[in-house]
Design a protein. Structure first.
Lengths: 363, 305, 359
C-alpha cells in the first residue's frame, strides 16, 4: 500500500476554502486526545484556546497587537519567497530597524524636538531594515553566496549589536546601568488607538501594508514579474525580467517592512529599547507567510490566527494550568495539519495497493 | 603547550554536536531536501537521550534513544514534505516549534536528575603521550564517532553508486526519476539519516557535554549546524573544517576574555557569525570547481503518473 | 464611520474589562510571571519553590497561578495583564525586564498589588524586592582566596549589569582581605543560561590557570566541569551540590519563601503597602548552602564572616573602596558605600585585571 499524490489540473477552489477547516478539525481531535491523556477536559481546554479569546474585547485587542509585527514581516517575506529569494533573517532586520529608529529617539530625548520625530524614526527603521537586508541580497547577486545562510547569520550579529548598544552607549543614565534606554518621549511613541488599551497605530499600518501588497501583486507589472520569476525562472529570463534585480527589490521591501515592524514594536508596546525586544517574530513570521499561502489576505488571517493560539495558550496556563510546552506542541501539530491539508489544493491523495511500477520517460 | 592542548580538547568537545548534526543535514540536503527542523530534532534527541540513559543507566542506551527520537521526528518531516509535498521551509520551522514543546513535556520528569558522563577513552600508554595523546586517544567516543561518520559519509557520497544516486536526486530529481530511481524513497532515507544524526547530536549534550537535562539546552546549536552545511558548500571535508573553525572561534573568544583582551564581548561573540558570512562570500567567489548548492534543494518533487 | 467603529470597540473593551475584574473570588489569587521554565534548576526554579511554599503555608486561603517562559519583551505586559484579568490580586513579576510592563499594568489597575523583583521603579501599588547577594559573594571571595592554590579565581559573568559587577567587586574585596595579591579572570558569556557555553567558559578559565570557578549564570554546568576536573566551585541560585559533591564549596541560595509568605500574609490582613525591600542575610532573603569541601578553619572563618555580616558588623563595601584607577570611591553611605552606589555599580575595584564592558 502506498500513498501517491496526483497533481490536479488546476488549483481546487473548493478545497482551498475547506482545507483549513479540515486541518482545524484534525487538530481538535488530536488535541482532545492529548488533553485527555493529560487529564484535562478536552472541551473546556479547546474552548479556552479558541473561543474564550474571541469573546472579549481585551483579548481581541491583544490578538491584533500580537499579530501586527507578524503580519507586517510576513507580507515582506512572502514577496521574497514568491520571487524565489530566501530571506530567513527577518529577525535581524527587525532588530536593526528597531535600533536605527531608536537612535533618533535617544538623540532627541529631552529636547524640544517636535512631531517630526516619530515619522523620522519609522523612516529610519524601514531604511535600516532595507539596507541590512540588502547585505545578503548583494552577497547572493554579486558573489553567489547563499542568502539563506548569510541572512540567518546576520540575525546573531544584529542581536549582539543591539545588546552592545543598550548595555553601553545608549544606556539610560538614570537607570542604575541596567540594560535599557530611557522611556521614549511622547513624540517618539506610536499613538494608541484606544485610550487605556494597547491597540496602536501600527495595526493600521499593518493593514495598509496588506492592502498595498495585494495591489502590488494583483495589479502591477512588478507583481507579475515577482510571480513569474518565482514560478518559471527561465520564462522570466526570456521575458526580459531581471531576476537579480528582483532579488534586491524583494529583499529591500521585506527588510524595510521588518525594520518598520521593529521600530513600531519598540516605539509602541515596549516604549524603550532593550535586549530581547523580539520573541522570535522574524522566524514566526516565516510560518505565517506559508500558512497564509504567500497571499496578503491569507497572511492577515494566518497572523491573527497564530496570535490567537498565543493568547489562548496563556489563558490555558492561567485557567487550566496547562503547561506552555503543550501550547508549543499544539502549535506544531496545528501547523502540520494546516500545511498538509493545503497540499490537497494542488494534489489528490490516492492510496495505491498494487506493486509500484517504475516509471520511465521524463515527466 | 598544555594550554594549547586544553584549548584543542575544548574545541573538539564544543564542535562535536555541531559536526554530528551538520553531517546528517548535509546528507539530507545532498538528496535535495532542506530540513530546517534540526534544532527541534536535536532538543527532542537531548530529552530522550537523557531519559534513556537515566532510566537504563547506560550511555549507549541513551544515545540509541536519542537517535530513535531524532528519526521519529524526521519521519514526521518526511511524511509531510515527501509524502504530501508540503513546503519544506515551513514544515522544518513547525518541526522546531513542535520539538521544543515535546522535549519539554518528555523532559519534565528528568529535570534535576544527573547521570555520569560518557567515559573518556583511555588507551594505556597512548593516551599519555604529551600534547597529542589525549586528543587522539583520550576523548569520549562521540568525538571519534563523529569523525568516523563524516569520513563514512564522504566515502558514501563520492565512492559508492548509492551515493551517486543520492546526489543525482539532489541535483535533478526529474532526471533521476526518469532513470528509474525511486527519488522519494532515497530522499526519505536521507531525511531519516539526518534525523538520526540530529538526535545523536542532541543526545551528546546531556550524555557527554553537560550531563543533565534542562529545557532549551540546545540553545540554537541546530541553527548553527544548518549554517555549517551551507558554509561547507555541501562538502564533507569543508564541513569538518567549518565545524572545528566555528568551535575554535567560540572557545578562543572565551580564552581571549579570560586573558583580558579588552574588546566588547558582544563583538567577540559576533565573530563566528561574521566569519561565516565572510568565508562564505570568499568561497562562493572563488568557486574553484567546487560544488555549490544541490540544484533541486528545497523543491518539491511529485512523480508524474 | 471610523470614529463610530472605534467608539463601539471601546465600549466593547470597557465591558470586557469590567467583566474581567468582577470575577474576583473569595480566595486570594496570587499570580507569578516566570522568565524561564520552572525546571531551569536556577532562577525560575527557586521562585517556583517559593510559590509551592506559599501553597503549603496558606492552603485553601489562596490560589496561585503562574505563567512560565514569558520573554522580557512586548509579551510580558500582556502576560501580566492576563493574570490581572484572571482575578489575581497580588502578582509577582520575577525578572528585571518586567519592570516597565509591570509599572504600566500597575497604573492601569490601581486595586491590584504588584511585586517586582530586582527593579527600581515603584508605585503606590507596586513594590520591589531584591536580595543583597553581594554579601554572600564577599564570603565566597574569602573562601576562594583561602582555598585557591594558584591564587587565580575564574569568574563566569552573564551580563555586566550592576548586580553582577557588584558581585565581582564584593568577591574581590573578600578575597583581598585574605590574599591581597589574588587575581580574577572574568569571562562574559552574554547569556543567563546556555549550559554548553557556560561549560566552555569554565573549561577556558581552568585551562588558563584558575582553580576556583565562580559563576553568575544559572545552570549547573560550570559546577560539573569543576567537579570533573577535580577543582572547586561555587553554586548559583540553587543548591548544586548534586552536580559536584566534591566540588561545591557553598552556593548562594535564593530563598524567596519567607518574603513571599510575609507579603501574602499582609495582603490577606489588608496591610499590604508599597515597599522597597532589599534584604540581606539578616532578613533571610538569601541563604548560604552548607560550607562543604573545605577544612574546618576555612569553614569557621566563613561562618564568622557570615555572622558578622548578618549582625551588621561587617559591610563588604566598607570605605575606603578603591577603584580600578587607584582613586578612592566617594563614600556616600557613612562608613560604607551607599545602597544607590551598589545598586548602580559601574566600576571595578582595584585588583580586577579586566576592562568593564561598555565603559
Amino acid at each position: 500500500m502506498q500513498l501517491v499524490l496526483e497533481k490536479r489540473a488546476e488549483r481546487s477552489r473548493t478545497i482551498a476554502l475547506v482545507s483549513p477547516l479540515i486541518a482545524i478539525g484534525l487538530t481538535l481531535v488530536t488535541m482532545s486526545v492529548l488533553f485527555a491523556l493529560l487529564g484535562k477536559n478536552p472541551i473546556t481546554a479547546l474552548g479556552v484556546y479558541f473561543i474564550a479569546p474571541l469573546t472579549d474585547g481585551y483579548s481581541l485587542q491583544e490578538i491584533a497587537v500580537k499579530a501586527t509585527p507578524l503580519v507586517m514581516i510576513a507580507i515582506g517575506l512572502s514577496l521574497c519567497y514568491l520571487a524565489n529569494a530566501w530571506n530567513i533573517g527577518a529577525e535581524g532586520q527587525f532588530l536593526i530597524g528597531a535600533v536605527a529608529g531608536s537612535w533618533i529617539a535617544v538623540k532627541t530625548q529631552g529636547t524640544e524636538a517636535g512631531h517630526w520625530v516619530l515619522p523620522a524614526m519609522l523612516l529610519a527603521g524601514a531604511a535600516a531594515g532595507a539596507l541590512y537586508a540588502l547585505i545578503p541580497a548583494l552577497c547572493r547577486v554579486k558573489f553567489g553566496a547563499s542568502e539563506i545562510l548569510t541572512s540567518l547569520m546576520l540575525v546573531y550579529v544584529a542581536d549582539l549589536l543591539l545588546d552592545y548598544l543598550v548595555r553601553g552607549p545608549w544606556r539610560d543614565p538614570a537607570g542604575f546601568n541596567f540594560p535599557t534606554t530611557a522611556e521614549f518621549d511622547p513624540v517618539a511613541t506610536v499613538p494608541l488607538l484606544i485610550e487605556g488599551g494597547r491597540l496602536h497605530l501600527g495595526s493600521i499600518i499593518a493593514l495598509i501594508v496588506v492592502i498595498c501588497a495585494f495591489v502590488l501583486l494583483d495589479r502591477t507589472i512588478k507583481g507579475f514579474e515577482i510571480r513569474v520569476v518565482g514560478v518559471a525562472p527561465r520564462a522570466a529570463r526570456f521575458g526580459g525580467f531581471n531576476a537579480n534585480q528582483l532579488v534586491l527589490v524583494t529583499f529591500a521591501i521585506s527588510g524595510a517592512l521588518a525594520g518598520l515592524a521593529g521600530i513600531i514594536e519598540v516605539a509602541g508596546p515596549i516604549g524603550h529599547l532593550q535586549p530581547g525586544i523580539s520573541p522570535g517574530y522574524g522566524f514566526t513570521a516565516i510560518i505565517v507567510a506559508f500558512l497564509g499561502r504567500l497571499n496578503p489576505v491569507g497572511i492577515l488571517i494566518a497572523g491573527l490566527f497564530l496570535a490567537l493560539t498565543f493568547i489562548g495558550g496563556e489563558q490555558a496556563q492561567i485557567t487550566m494550568k496547562i503547561p506552555l510546552d503543550v501550547t508549543k506542541v499544539f502549535q506544531g501539530i496545528l501547523l502540520f495539519y494546516v500545511l498538509a491539508c493545503d497540499s490537497l489544493i494542488l494534489y489528490r491523495f490516492k492510496l495505491v495497493f498494487a506493486a509500484r511500477q517504475v516509471q520511465s520517460g521524463a515527466g | 603547550m598544555v594550554l594549547v592542548e586544553a584549548i584543542i580538547l575544548s574545541v573538539l568537545a564544543a564542535s562535536t554536536p555541531l559536526l554530528l548534526a551538520a553531517t546528517g543535514e548535509l546528507v539530507t540536503e545532498r538528496a535535495g531536501v532542506l530540513n530546517l527542523g534540526v534544532e527541534g530534532m536535536m532538543i527532542v534527541g537531548a530529552a530522550c537521550g537523557f531519559g534513556g540513559a537515566w532510566l537504563s543507566g547506560s550511555i549507549v542506551v541513551g544515545a540509541l534513544c536519542g537517535i530513535i527520537a531524532g528519526m521519529l521526528m524526521s519521519l514526521i518531516f518526511a511524511f509531510m514534505t515527501l509524502g504530501l509535498a508540503v513546503n519544506q521551509v515551513a514544515t522544518g520551522l513547525a518541526l522546531t516549534i513542535f520539538g521544543i514543546g515535546l522535549s519539554g513535556l518528555i523532559g519534565a520528569r528528568f529535570v534535576g536528575e544527573r547521570i555520569n558522563t560518557a567515559p573518556h577513552l583511555s588507551v594505556p600508554g597512548l593516551s599519555d603521550i604529551p600534547l597529542v595523546g589525549r586528543i587522539l586517544f583520550g576523548e569520549d567516543a562521540f568525538v571519534y564517532l563523529s569523525l568516523a561518520l563524516i569520513v563514512a559519509v564522504w566515502w558514501f557520497l563520492y565512492r559508492t553508486r548509492a551515493g551517486l544516486v543520492l546526489r543525482a536526486c539532489g541535483d535533478n530529481h526529474i532526471s533521476a526519476h526518469a532513470l528509474g530511481y525511486p527519488v522519494l524513497r532515497i530522499r526519505m532515507l536521507a531525511v531519516l539519516f539526518g534525523g538520526a544524526c540530529a538526535g545523536l547530536a542532541g543526545a551528546y549534550l546531556p550524555l557527554a557535554y553537560t550531563p543533565f537535562f534542562i529545557p532549551g539546552m540546545t540553545a540554537g546549536r541546530g541553527w548553527i549546524a544548518l549554517a555549517l552545511v551551507v558554509f561547507a558548500s555541501w562538502r564533507p571535508g569543508r564541513l569538518v573544517i567549518g565545524a572545528y573553525l566555528f568551535g575554535a572561534v567560540t572557545i578562543l573568544q572565551l580564552h581571549a576574555q579570560g586573558a583580558g583582551v579588552g574588546i566588547p564581548s558582544q563583538f567577540m561573540s559576533a565573530l563566528p557569525y561574521l566569519a561565516t558570512v565572510i568565508v562564505l562570500v570568499l568561497l562562493s567567489r572563488a568557486r574553484t570547481g567546487g560544488s555549490t548548492a544541490p540544484a533541486a534543494l528545497g523543491t518539491v518533487f511529485v512523480p508524474d503518473r | 464611520m471610523m470614529k463610530r467603529l472605534l467608539g463601539a470597540a471601546a465600549a466593547l473593551l470597557l465591558a470586557g474589562s469590567i467583566a474581567g475584574v468582577a470575577h474576583a473570588a473569595d480566595k486570594l489569587k496570587v499570580g507569578f510571571i516566570y522568565l524561564g521554565p520552572i525546571g531551569d534548576l536556577g532562577w525560575t526554579y527557586q521562585h517556583e519553590l517559593a510559590r509551592q511554599a506559599l501553597v503549603k503555608e496558606f492552603g485553601d486561603k489562596i490560589e496561585t497561578t503562574y505563567l512560565e517562559n514569558v520573554p522580557e519583551g512586548p509579551d510580558s505586559e500582556r502576560a501580566i495583564e492576563q493574570l490581572v484579568r484572571a482575578g489575581n490580586k497580588l502578582i509577582f513579576t520575577t525578572s528585571f525586564g518586567y519592570m516597565d510592563p509591570t509599572l504600566k499594568v500597575a497604573k492601569k489597575y490601581p486595586n491590584v498589588h504588584f511585586e517586582h523583583a530586582t527593579g527600581y521603579k515603584r508605585d503606590k501599588n507596586m513594590s520591589t524586592y531584591s536580595a543583597r547577594w553581594y554579601q554572600g559573594r564577599y564570603i565566597q571571595g574569602q573562601i576562594a582566596a583561602k582555598m585557591s592554590k594558584a591564587g587565580v579565581l575564574g569568574y563566569i559573568g552573564s551580563f555586566p549589569i550592576p548586580e553582577v559587577v557588584s558581585g565581582i567587586n564584593a568577591t574581590m574585596l573578600g578575597a583581598q582581605s585574605i590574599n591581597p595579591n589574588i587575581k580574577v579572570k572574568i569571562i562574559w558569556v552574554n547569556t543567563w543560561f546556555d549550559p554548553g557555553k557556560e561549560a566552555d567558559a569554565a573549561k577556558a578559565l581552568l585551562d588558563q590557570g584558575a582553580d576556583i570557578i565562580m559563576q553568575h549564570t544559572d545552570s549547573p554546568a560550570p559546577m560539573q566541569v569543576a567537579a570533573e576536573r577535580g577543582k572547586l566551585a561555587f553554586g548559583q541560585d540553587s543548591e548544586m551540590i548534586k552536580f559536584g559533591p566534591k566540588a561545591q564549596l557553598t552556593s548562594i541560595l535564593d530563598t524567596w519563601a519567607p518574603y513571599y509568605i510575609s507579603r501574602v500574609k499582609a495582603e490577606l490582613d489588608g496591610t499590604w503597602k508599597s515597599e522597597d525591600t532589599w534584604g540581606g542575610l539578616d532578613s533571610k532573603m538569601f541563604e548560604m548552602a552548607p560550607y562543604t569541601n573545605m577544612p574546618d578553619d576555612v569553614k569557621k572563618m566563613a561562618e564568622e564572616t557570615q555572622a558578622a555580616i548578618t549582625a551588621g558588623k561587617l559591610h563588604p563595601f566598607k570605605c575606603p573602596v578603591v577603584g580600578q584607577d587607584g582613586k578612592e570611591v566617594e563614600c556616600k553611605g557613612g562608613d560604607h558605600l551607599a545602597d544607590g552606589q551598589i545598586l548602580g555599580m559601574n566600576f571595578y575595584v582595584k585588583g580586577v585585571d579586566d576592562k568593564l564592558p561598555g565603559k
